[in-house]
Design a protein. Structure first.
Length: 278
């Protein structure tokens, strides 16, 4: 079986070297393994219709949206053709992505390409020590950042990030159902940016594996460039600190990366997303 953990931590250590201006917490042994374990937990948490762990880590929500179905890791390339066939069988009928990150065996992307997969995009994985203070941000007048702890705000939270992601409205009830029933909800802090009693932004924090994984940071189209994304990011970092985690991590979109760098995040790895033709 291919060992990937040592190389992943070396990659993080190189990115977090003094020349990279990253805090020492980023190159503690095992940091990258904890980051990828956190990300796998987030992704596989969508697998309410089917999920598997072992030689093939995959998740299937049943929703017709690729973010919510996919493969997040394989352990070895020894039987990659058979594993890929199994993945395609388990995920047939829904759109899905194959995530290749620092916990994947070296050569996975080349192996998938040989089998006919196409690369879609690359997402930088960014991390920040939570030993650092979170700079106070001037929030837009009247904005509140609230934790969504019950069901009442959950449909509006889902509606806000779904619209930002371009998800069809008819999928929202299914997303709400999955969010409300995730088996790791005790690890999750859902944040809503509320302005004039309307949810205009979202962020989700998963505090697990000593990492605060930050996901679903979205601001409604009508309220962008007002500092709401910054307010949500600051609140997410504080939520991670409140949960006692030592490291925050996220996969950044091109639009979000400059904001996260302002908060002290540095790129430590990448996820490459692949898909097989239908």
């Amino acid at each position: 079986m291919t060992n990937v953990s040592g190389g992943a931590d070396e990659q993080l250590a190189a990115a977090a070297s003094p020349g990279g201006r990253a805090p020492r917490a980023l190159w503690r042994p095992g940091s990258m393994a904890r980051v990828t374990a956190n990300f796998r937990q987030y992704l596989t948490g969508w697998g309410v219709a089917d999920r598997g762990e072992g030689d093939l880590d995959y998740f299937r929500s049943g929703l017709a949206q690729p973010q919510f179905n996919g493969v997040v890791r394989i352990r070895s390339l020894d039987a990659v053709e058979q594993i890929a066939a199994t993945a395609r069988d388990r995920l047939a009928g829904v759109p899905w992505w194959w995530w290749i990150g620092p916990d994947s065996p070296a050569g996975t992307s080349s192996a998938l390409t040989t089998l006919g997969a196409q690369e879609l995009t690359t997402l930088p994985v960014m991390a920040r020590s939570l030993d650092q203070a979170v700079d106070p941000m001037d929030q837009p007048a009247g904005l509140r950042i609230e934790a969504v702890t019950g069901y009442d705000r959950l449909p509006e939270l889902v509606r806000t990030y779904s619209a930002s992601m371009g998800i069809a409205p008819d999928l929202e009830p299914g997303i709400v159902r999955i969010e409300s029933r995730r088996r790791d909800n005790a690890d999750i802090v859902r944040l809503a940016a509320v302005l004039e009693d309307r949810v205009v932004g979202t962020a989700t924090v998963i505090a697990a594996h000593d990492v605060a994984g930050i996901f679903l940071v979205h601001v409604a189209d009508t309220h962008r460039r007002r500092g709401i994304g910054a307010a949500l990011t600051a609140a997410a970092l504080r939520a991670g600190q409140d949960r006692g985690t030592r490291l925050a991590a996220l996969a950044a979109s091109p639009a979000g990366e400059p904001l996260y760098r302002r908060f002290g995040f540095v790129e430590v790895a990448q996820y490459r997303l692949f898909a097989f033709p239908a």
